[in-house]
Ligand binder design. Structure first.
Ligand SMILES: Nc1ncnc2c1ncn2[C@@H]1O[C@H](COP(=O)(O)OP(=O)(O)OP(=O)(O)O)[C@@H](O)[C@H]1O
Ligand SMILES: [Mg+2]
Length: 382
């Protein structure tokens, strides 16, 4: 039989094979049904978006209206307003009554549809254009939020919003005003919201700092890792489904090489599937890791472009030597990190970007593949 690689490399699709997470899926669904807001957080590439999409699929099958908005790369207040309106139109456009309700409620935008004959109606891109005479900036966002309130009020169905990378709103000018405005309206909406993010410190502080508007407004849900044994069996089964043998120990080796991060498990498995013969060997996994490091290099280099030399030096030092105190004189000297003041600034920024974390009494690089790349990459290491 022709062997088809079962590991996808494109963006997550709901039809992809999925491993475990039944409990988290059930909990998040239950919170939504009870109209409780939640904060879903975990490091990058660990499966938040995939999970919330599955939760929303289940809720949709029960009749709920589920709206997914991604705030990654958001650039302005207007952009937030556009993304919210667009997401509502995109979700409702295949259900006539709902779509009419959405169009009536959201007066400041008109939906425009880019009809591509190769896409189904559900997939077609839904854009928006500003209705004539409409405002901009905070007034526009306020208008959209008021409209959402109207839409929710007029819906007998459960309405669930997933706001992905929600912490990105804090990077905008007027961030405090935006946060307050969002809270003032969301607080009054009879809908369930899940706020999702990978910059854990920034996101969680929004909900745990007494002076912030969203203080104690949502249940904090930290997404745990998928148990390694479960992920290994899942991967072995995917190989078997296409007639390749991947013994349990080899699957475990693959999973542990990337600390069981779902994105990397999938990518490494995809590479190993491509280059292995009928039975996967330990050497195939080793070679796969080298290729994975090579494929991820442009991404890591892109991230580094936005960092200062002292921050890169700190990452390199921690990758090579996870340490209890970054400010210990020996550590600073050994890794040529300069002054304590400089290292303090670098640490603060790296925590904010969720690139380092303190666990098991030491500072570590969060991303297991970035860590390996930093250790191996001699060009950047001196
Ligand atoms: N439980 C799972 N089983 C199998 N594959 C998974 C699972 N969870 C996630 N994945 C895979 O890992 C990839 C990354 O997941 P996802 O995009 O959901 O992570 P994320 O935490 O949202 O990352 P980011 O913070 O970068 O947005 C997905 O494309 C998906 O294919
Ligand atoms: Mg995501």
């Amino acid at each position: 039989m022709k062997q088809k690689n079962p590991f996808f490399l494109k963006e997550y699709s709901i039809d992809e094979p999925y491993c475990g997470r039944n409990e988290e899926q059930k909990d998040l669904g239950d919170y939504a049904r009870e109209l409780k807001h939640t904060v879903l957080y975990s490091p990058r590439r660990t499966g938040k978006t995939a999970l919330i999409k599955r939760v929303q699929k289940t809720l949709s099958q029960e009749g709920a209206v589920c709206i997914y908005v991604d705030f990654f790369g958001v650039v302005s207040v207007d952009d937030i307003a556009v993304r919210l309106a667009q997401a509502v139109f995109a979700e409702t456009r295949s259900r006539e009554t709902l779509f009419r309700r959405a169009v009536k409620a959201i007066e400041c935008f008109r939906p425009i549809t880019d009809n591509n004959p190769l896409q189904s109606e559900k997939q077609a891109d839904t854009g928006v254009e500003l209705a004539q005479g409409q405002v901009s900036g905070m007034d526009l966002l306020e208008s959209v939020l008021r409209s959402l309130g109207k839409f929710i009020y007029e819906s007998s169905e459960l309405v669930h919003f997933a706001l992905d990378e929600f912490q990105e709103i804090t990077t905008l000018a007027k961030a405090e005003q935006i946060e307050t405005l969002l809270h003032d309206h969301i607080h009054r909406h009879a809908a369930a919201y899940t706020f999702i993010g990978s910059r854990r410190t920034v996101l969680c502080r929004m909900f745990t700092t007494a002076s912030r508007p969203f203080f104690q407004e949502a249940v904090l849900v930290e997404l745990p890792g998928v148990p390694a044994g479960k992920m290994a069996s899942f991967i072995a089964r995917q190989f078997a489904s296409q007639g390749k043998i991947c013994d349990p120990e080899i699957a475990e080796q693959l999973v542990s090489a990337v600390s069981c991060f779902p994105y990397y498990c999938r990518k490494l498995a995809c590479i190993v599937f491509e280059y292995s013969h009928n039975e996967v060997t330990a050497e195939d996994v080793e070679n796969g890791i080298s290729l994975l490091l090579m494929y991820e290099e442009p991404f890591f280099e892109g991230v580094f472009l936005g960092l200062a030399p002292g921050q890169i030096a700190l990452l390199r030092a921690i990758a090579r030597e996870p340490v209890k105190s970054i400010f210990a004189k020996d550590f600073l000297r050994r890794h040529r990190l300069g002054s304590i003041g400089g290292a303090q600034g670098a640490r603060k920024k790296m925590v904010m970007l969720d690139m380092i974390e303190f666990r098991q009494q030491k500072w570590w690089i969060v991303d297991p593949v970035l860590e390996q790349w930093l250790v191996k990459n001699r060009v950047h290491a001196c």
